[in-house]
Design a protein. Structure first.
Length: 295
């Protein structure tokens, strides 16, 4: 479920791809409340909740620290690293902790790759709270007062090699900052460890997709090579069954961009500070981790 731009309760096992959101110039904070995009189905989420919770709490033994740091009211943009390849579990882990703390009444959305809204997947994705990762939709969700998840690094991050497992890498994408500024909502950095231990990630295979002539069709420049069970070596598809790696997640202090960086913030500087704080937190989680997979 690597959704990203981010997903919500689909075990993200669909892989929403967290591509960078489109950026625009000269945007100012929005204040007028709007209705959230249609499609999210609370009754559907109630039905899938037990299975979602079983997966993240049982198989992945997930732990989420400081979920209370997510604002209790108003819109907020959660920005996170993305791990686990095609079956990334970041969104389900966050979604379970979020619902346990705030209840099902506080909506959680995920900005997802538009490929997830094609064919039979479209209805399921929408009911689960996934929305297209374009600037207008993101702005609408955030201004409605809902919390939204985005993975700036997208599939580039989710398929980072195992030896870079504890590295924050957004692939240079900074659109998430303008998205928060446009809707005038805080950024909530979140870091997670363990997801990149579900199998071996050998290489992103950068450029191979281009050489195969499929980069534009699939909107991806990588052809990752992984190794796991039961397929052994795989180009991401079919996905190997994930090992029961313990996933630990930490929510960091929200960032009011204008309050901290001024009315006309330097986007590159904000991005640098956000990634730096996330990297520090990820390093702390890594230092406490005793064994791969076991945690």
């Amino acid at each position: 479920m690597s959704t990203v731009r981010t997903i919500e309760p689909n075990a993200e096992t669909t892989q929403l791809k967290a591509a960078d959101l489109p950026e625009s110039e000269g945007e100012t904070g929005a204040t007028a409340p709007v209705a959230a995009p249609g499609g999210r189905d609370p009754e559907f989420l109630e039905r899938v909740w037990p299975l979602l919770k079983l997966a993240v709490k049982g198989w992945f033994r997930s732990e989420v620290e400081n979920i209370e740091k997510v604002p209790a009211d108003g819109g907020a943009l959660i920005v996170s690293n993305h791990s686990g390849g095609l079956l990334a579990m970041d969104v389900p882990v966050i979604a379970v902790a979020f619902a346990e703390h705030f209840g099902m009444g506080r909506p959680l959305y995920t900005l997802a790759h538009d490929m997830l809204f094609v064919g039979p997947l479209k209805h399921v994705m929408e009911r689960g709270g996934l929305v297209p990762a374009d600037r207008e939709t993101a702005d609408q969700v955030l201004r409605s007062g809902a919390v939204t998840i985005v993975f700036p690094g997208g599939d580039f991050d989710a398929f980072r090699p195992t030896f870079e497992a504890n590295t924050i890498d957004f692939a240079g994408h900074t659109g998430y900052i303008r998205t928060a500024l446009r809707a005038d909502v805080p950024l909530v950095p979140v870091v997670s460890i363990g997801g990149q231990e579900v199998q071996l990630f050998l290489t992103r295979g950068e450029g191979l997709m281009e050489r195969l002539g499929m980069a534009k069709l699939l909107r991806s420049k990588i052809a990752p090579i992984t190794f796991g069970f039961p397929f052994g070596f795989s180009l991401g598809v079919p996905p190997n069954f994930p090992l029961p790696a313990k996933i630990q997640t930490r929510v960091l202090d929200p960032i009011d961009i204008r309050a901290e960086f001024g009315e006309d913030p330097d986007i590159a500087e904000v991005d640098r500070v956000v990634r730096e704080r996330m990297q520090t937190a990820l390093n702390e989680l890594a230092a406490k981790r005793r064994f791969p997979v076991l945690g």
